[in-house]
Design a protein around this ligand. Sequence first.
Ligand SMILES: Nc1ncnc2c1ncn2[C@@H]1O[C@H](COP(=O)(O)OP(=O)(O)OP(=O)(O)O)[C@@H](O)[C@H]1O
Length: 224
Amino acid sequence: MIELIQVSHRYGDHPVLRDVSLSITERRVAVVGANGSGKSTFARLLNGLVIPDEGTVTVDGLDTRTDGKAVRRKVGFVFQDPDTQIVYPTVEEDIAFGLKNLKLDKAEIARRVAGVLDRYGLTEHRTRSAHLLSGGQKQLLAICSVLVMEPAYVVFDEPTTLLDLRNKRKIVEIVAGLPQTAIFISHDLDLLGGFDRVLVFDGGRVVADDCPGPAIARYIELMN
Ligand SMILES: Nc1ncnc2c1ncn2[C@@H]1O[C@H](COP(=O)(O)OP(=O)(O)OP(=O)(O)O)[C@@H](O)[C@H]1O
């Protein structure tokens, strides 16, 4: 379980999150809200990329303030722009990168890399230059690089924004099939029908927390 207790955060004197308390126990949680409403800051709190000014964030009891390293092992993070996540020249090297830091042996690394390449349809691209992949393939690569680490939770921060409709749907299918808990920040409301729970952010607060139908209706009402 991920739990936020009375979390507030500001950048300079600009409040970005105001007294957010919630627990995430569902497997598929989406987050929507206007630009600047605090969604990315919320996402970054979940794996300790941002430490809140006030309140606490815990992941299976580990506090992001004091157990950052262990939290990042548990919570994978997929960014909007996969180019920011690609580190190594080829697809397979990029996927293996994080595993090398875990000091796994070579055979185990090769087994895990081959497993995700196969599962997400990238095997034929494994020796290609990562930067020469299409936008959709790059996002798949970024997701593979996170999933190969076998996190318990995966946070997706607007992973479909740069993709065409076919690739948007593909990412949503992948998320739907994950064994992990997924927290999915998105402006693509039509992709969220299958989620268990949708949080609506407005002005740094959660103003609706419901199943997709009513939560999305509330968001649309706020935007009018
Ligand atoms: N590192 C930072 N330094 C200063 N201000 C920041 C920083 N990151 C975000 N902000 C500000 O905090 C507010 C909330 O930003 P955040 O990215 O969390 O919103 P968001 O809901 O994800 O927006 P979007 O839909 O545009 O991605 C915005 O006003 C933004 O300008």
